[in-house]
Structures are given as structure tokens and as C-alpha cells.
Design a protein. Structure first.
Ligand code: DAT
Ligand code: MG
Length: 145
């Protein structure tokens, strides 16, 4: 089924110029980029985005880090997009992520693991809406070449 998902490039990966590598990996794996922007999150926005983790030991560190620099939000579209994207990013800890995954290639630690990706279809739709309005997204199905 054609789905969308949200991938967010985290501050460290953005600042150390891993955007080109990450976008190439998305394109080489047949993800259609249908929306993209860079943004500096506030603490409040980061708190809102990661609210499911509120109360966890790492929560304050996570939201402080996510609001510490520029991030890129990328909306991708593909068949089975949510599961396929989770597969391409790899495990949360880059040292445990499979060879050739984005986190293995671009991540360093659990905190600085290069990217976020939505974990369910429901969350993907919410997270895409968190960053993008209607006019910022355009399904590749409608594009005339
Ligand atoms: P994922 O990003 O793979 O979906 P998650 O939803 O469990 O993982 O956690 C969200 C982010 O929080 C994760 O990308 C990095 C950070 N994080 C998770 N567990 C952590 C830990 N034990 N210490 C520090 N940061 C952690
Ligand atoms: Mg998660």
C-alpha cells in the first residue's frame, strides 16, 4: 500500500554535512521525497514532537539535543513506506544497526543516531502533519514528467 512517512535528520548529522548521504540513500532505495524543509526546533516543539517519551530517563537530554541545531524534516512516499524506512534507518543504537543502514553509516551514539523515523502508519501521518501543510506536499503519483 502506498504510504508516507517522516524522516528527520538530527542536529549532529545536519551540522556534519550528512544530508547528501542520507538523501542519496533514500533515493537509491526508491523513496520518493514529496516534502522537505529545514527548521530549528524550540524546546517546546521538540517536547511536543517527542511527547510519547515524556517521563523517560533520557527525555530531557533528547529534547535539549533535538532543539540544539538545525534539523531537516523529509516526507517520503513509497509502498509499505513506514516499515521500509525503519528498515533503511536501522536499529536505534548505530553500533547495533545493520551494515548499510543510515544509522550505521551516519550515526555515532544512541543519542546522535543521525535520524528519526516514524514507527507506525498512524504516527507517520501525525508526524508529517507536525511539519508540513497541504501545499508543501505533493504525491509523486500526480507528477507529470
Ligand atoms: P527510535 O528513534 O529508534 O524510534 P526510540 O523511539 O526508542 O528509538 O527513542 C527515540 C530517541 O530517543 C532515539 O532515537 C534516541 C533517544 N534515546 C532512546 N533511548 C535512549 C537512551 N537509552 N539513551 C539516550 N537516548 C536515547
Ligand atoms: Mg521512536
Amino acid at each position: 500500500m502506498l504510504e508516507v512517512s517522516l524522516i528527520m535528520v538530527k542536529p549532529h548529522a545536519f551540522a556534519t554535512k550528512r544530508m547528501g548521504t542520507i538523501i542519496s540513500m533514500l533515493e537509491n532505495n526508491n523513496f520518493h521525497i514529496i516534502g522537505m524543509k529545514s527548521i530549528k526546533l524550540t524546546l517546546e516543539l521538540a517536547r511536543k514532537f517527542y511527547f510519547v517519551h515524556e517521563g523517560k530517563e533520557f527525555f530531557e537530554r533528547l529534547i535539549k539535543y533535538m532543539s540544539s541545531g538545525t534539523v531537516a524534516a523529509i516526507c517520503v512516499e513509497k509502498n509499505d513506506c513506514v516499515a521500509e524506512l525503519r528498515k533503511l534507518i536501522g536499529a536505534t543504537d548505530p553500533s547495533k544497526a545493520a551494515e548499510g543502514t543510515i544509522r550505521r553509516v551516519c550515526g555515532t551514539t544512541v543519542g546522535k543516531n543521525a535520524v528519526h523515523a516514524s514507527d507506525s502508519i498512524e504516527n507517520a501521518n501525525k508526524e508529517v502533519r507536525f511539519f508540513f501543510s497541504d501545499i508543501e506536499l505533493y504525491s509523486y503519483r500526480f507528477i507529470q514528467y
